[in-house]
Ligand binder design. Structure first.
Ligand code: UDP
Length: 173
């Protein structure tokens, strides 16, 4: 139960590199599944979890800018890459979480994006995210802050403050 854990509500920042595993690029399904298993376990135990995903395994704005791209344009591509990671994590968490909620039901996982794309994810709405967390649903926050010239580490700090998380834990390679 949550009492055994030091933190009741945690923001987990997963860098893109963490999802690439030994591939060094893109998404390693095995790594994603292993992460999802661990996530399902702590949520089963009652920890409320928000996740901010990075995108460095796919595209980084600074790399695009170094190659001559407009920096803001490149950063938007970087933010979109975090959405790919978020959808991969959501899929893995839903599979790992089948029947794993404390009451034996499935663990629910919602993706919220800072850039609207309603066909595939909810828009980021702080109060709705809080409600999901209170109900034991995992919230994956994608598309960073929604602004170029920032990183997903900034987004992690921002969301952790807004969502009143007790701790930020960063998972990188
Ligand atoms: N990004 C951005 N604004 C944000 C968050 C991210 O423009 O609020 C872009 C930026 O180009 C960044 C990319 O998205 O390089 C991927 O995020 P990040 O590099 O933080 O991913 P990580 O290093 O965690 O894999």
């Amino acid at each position: 139960m949550a009492e055994e854990y030091r933190y009741k509500r945690v923001l987990l920042k997963l860098s893109g590199e963490a999802l690439a595993g030994d591939l060094g690029y893109g998404i390693d399904p095995k790594v994603v599944d292993d992460l999802a298993d661990e996530i399902a376990e702590i949520v089963h135990d009652g920890v409320q979890l928000a996740v901010v995903v990075g995108g460095g395994n796919i595209f980084r704005g600074v790399a695009g800018a170094a190659g001559g791209m407009d920096r803001a344009q490149a950063d938007y591509m970087g933010m979109l890459s975090t959405v790919l990671n978020a959808l991969a994590m959501q899929d893995a968490i839903e599979r790992a979480g089948m029947g794993k909620a404390a009451d034996g039901s499935d663990i629910q996982c919602r993706v919220q994006t800072a850039i609207e794309m309603r066909q595939i994810a909810e828009p980021y709405i702080r109060r709705r995210a809080l409600r999901h967390l209170e109900k034991g649903r995992i919230v994956i926050c994608a598309a960073g802050t929604g602004n170029p010239y920032f990183t997903t580490d900034t987004a992690a700090a921002l969301r952790a403050m807004e969502l009143k998380c007790d701790a930020i834990i960063k998972g990188t390679k």
